[in-house]
Design a protein around this ligand. Structure first.
Ligand code: ZN
Length: 140
């Protein structure tokens, strides 16, 4: 199987997979970006950390980095993550995070990962991460 990104499209070549099995693949792109889920256990109030105001429930921060990313990415998009939200969520709500969010947080994705796309193949969900140098697939 080969995966590559050409302009805005992700091309997945299943040629080798299909030649060795009779499985039929019908990949469907489910989401074109990864959204941080909301957790009811996180208080809805704004709090202060390292001199800025954050609201971890609504996934917002008053810092310059967050405000710049908020112009570029939709609400709750994981690429809006700034160091303040990262520190707070990692320190106080780590156990409540889903496994993919934890993987992304552990790898400090904002420095490397450009996007994460969700695809479904035969009722299995895969996440394709795109970095400047490579593409990786996460299957949970
Ligand atoms: Zn921030």
């Amino acid at each position: 199987m080969k995966v590559k990104v050409v302009e805005e499209e992700i091309l997945i070549d299943f040629t080798n997979v299909l030649s060795t099995t009779d499985i039929h693949f019908n990949p469907v792109i489910k989401k074109k970006n990864y959204l941080i889920k909301s957790f009811n256990s996180i208080p809805k109030k704004t709090t202060r950390i390292l001199g800025v105001s954050i609201n971890p429930y609504y996934f917002t921060c008053s810092c310059k980095d967050f405000r710049a990313k908020a112009k570029e990415f939709p609400k709750r998009d994981f690429r809006r993550m700034c160091k303040h939200l990262f520190i707070y969520l990692s320190k106080y709500h780590w156990d409540e995070m889903d496994s993919l969010t934890k993987i992304l947080l552990e790898h400090k994705f904002w420095a490397k990962i450009l996007n994460v796309i969700e695809i479904e193949i035969n009722e299995n969900t895969f996440f394709i991460g795109i970095t400047k140098e490579s593409i990786f697939i996460i299957y949970i």
